[in-house]
Design a binder for this molecule. Structure first.
Ligand code: XIL
Length: 381
């Protein structure tokens, strides 16, 4: 069996020569190659989010040694679940707190994994810390808003320069009706608050990939949001903002905003049209937060796992059919640590099953579906 380091050293060509499926690379003999090894063989990356909330909490998976081992076994990329967000890293207007973020960064580096950065500006007041929502912007509010955002983005990106290869510069600024969300910052700077974040990020680390990240999905009900995101991307490009791609969160399955939508309403044609328009703007695609919400599926585990895997496979095949898609990150690797356990709980109260591994760290059909989609993907140019 090869060590993780040897696997990495082999690279895409080496893996292909070994005929990836079924060959043990860096993990359990009978489980075959890791998801990241399968991705690498196609010039892609596979990874996951992980959080450092207090031990025992859903977003505190980092404290679980079995979970950390699973990340080492399967992933080539990690992303902070919450630790770079303003509400964790910015206790107040003057202070930056990187303690939790650095735990993940150090762990990734010690284990030869890369890191994505999520996120410099979650443009959604629900997720702003109260101190910004209540901040006194003074007599020149535009100047103060610009100063605050510039300091924040510059400090974050410079700190992790050369260590975080890709940033979700701005997250979620278009609502489901397709409208631009207002925040205390945009009230003073207008929509160009988004451009500013991109410009400062590019200046702070010219080599980092810069994405706009959002949750417009392929289910019915997201059409206006898709339209709004597309128009925003067009305006950003027209104004010369240094944006490299769109982060497609990929929280598919039962719609989070309208439970009547979901598994049966995935619309491949309108979704493809949207993605065609995005890549037509010369933007890359990344799947940044993939999971499959099983809120409305029958409780029966076999049925649920099968449906989750089938939908996941269909979605990934479509996403990977775009050569512009190089990264696949899941929003958690094991069910007990999925954010869905505490958001939009099921009416029958049973635990959800949205991730590739179950609560005993056993691979589920979704893990196989991801592996199969990676194996079926064309090598990236
Ligand atoms: C979620 C985290 O998983 C939760 O722990 C937290 O309570 C809320 O945020 N889209 C995003 C992510 O961009 O940042 C969100 O993460 C999930 C939806």
């Amino acid at each position: 069996m090869l060590t993780r380091r040897q696997t990495l050293a082999l690279g895409a060509g080496g893996l292909a020569a070994l005929g990836a499926p079924g060959f043990a690379l860096g993990r359990d003999e009978d489980r075959g190659p890791s998801l990241h090894a399968l991705a690498q063989a196609k010039g892609m990356r596979f990874g996951s989010a992980v959080g450092v909330s207090p031990p025992g909490t859903i977003s505190g998976a980092f404290h679980d040694p079995q979970y950390r081992q699973l990340l080492i076994d399967e992933c080539g990329v990690l992303v902070h679940e919450n630790e770079l967000k303003w509400y964790v890293a910015r206790p107040d207007a003057e202070t930056f707190d990187f303690e939790r973020a650095d735990m993940i960064m150090d762990f990734a580096e010690e284990n030869g994994m890369e890191m994505r950065g999520h996120t410099l500006l979650w443009h959604h007041t629900d997720w702003f810390p109260d101190w910004i929502n209540n901040h006194d912007f003074g007599s020149r509010p535009g100047t103060e808003a610009e100063r605050m955002l510039t300091e924040h983005v510059r400090t974050m990106v410079e700190r992790y320069k050369g260590r975080i290869y890709s940033w979700d510069v701005v997250n979620e600024t278009i609502d489901e009706a397709g409208r631009f969300r207002q925040t205390p910052l945009s009230r003073h700077l207008g929509e160009e608050v988004i451009d500013l974040a991109f410009h400062i990020a590019r200046e702070a680390d010219p080599a980092a990939e810069l994405l706009y990240n959002d949750y417009m999905n392929w289910e019915a009900g997201y059409e206006r949001q898709q339209e709004g995101v597309l128009r925003l991307l067009e305006r950003l490009k027209a104004r010369g903002a240094p944006i490299d791609g769109l982060g497609v969160q990929g929280h598919i399955g039962s719609g989070n905003y309208d439970y009547s939508t979901g598994f049966d309403t995935a619309r491949e044609d309108t979704w493809r049209q949207f993605l065609d328009d995005v890549v037509g703007l010369d933007l890359s695609l990344s799947v940044t937060e993939f999971d499959v919400h099983d809120k409305n599926l029958p409780a029966d585990i076999e049925i649920r796992d099968r449906k989750v895997a089938e939908l996941g496979r269909r979605y990934l095949d479509l996403m990977f059919s775009y050569p512009q898609t190089k990264d696949l990150l899941v929003w958690g690797m094991a069910d007990q640590y999925s954010w869905y356990q505490e958001h939009w709980v099921r009416e029958d109260g049973v635990a959800k099953r949205p991730t590739p591994y179950d609560e005993n760290f056993q691979p589920k059909p979704l893990r196989q579906a991801i592996a199969d989609a990676l194996i079926a993907a064309e090598p990236r140019p």
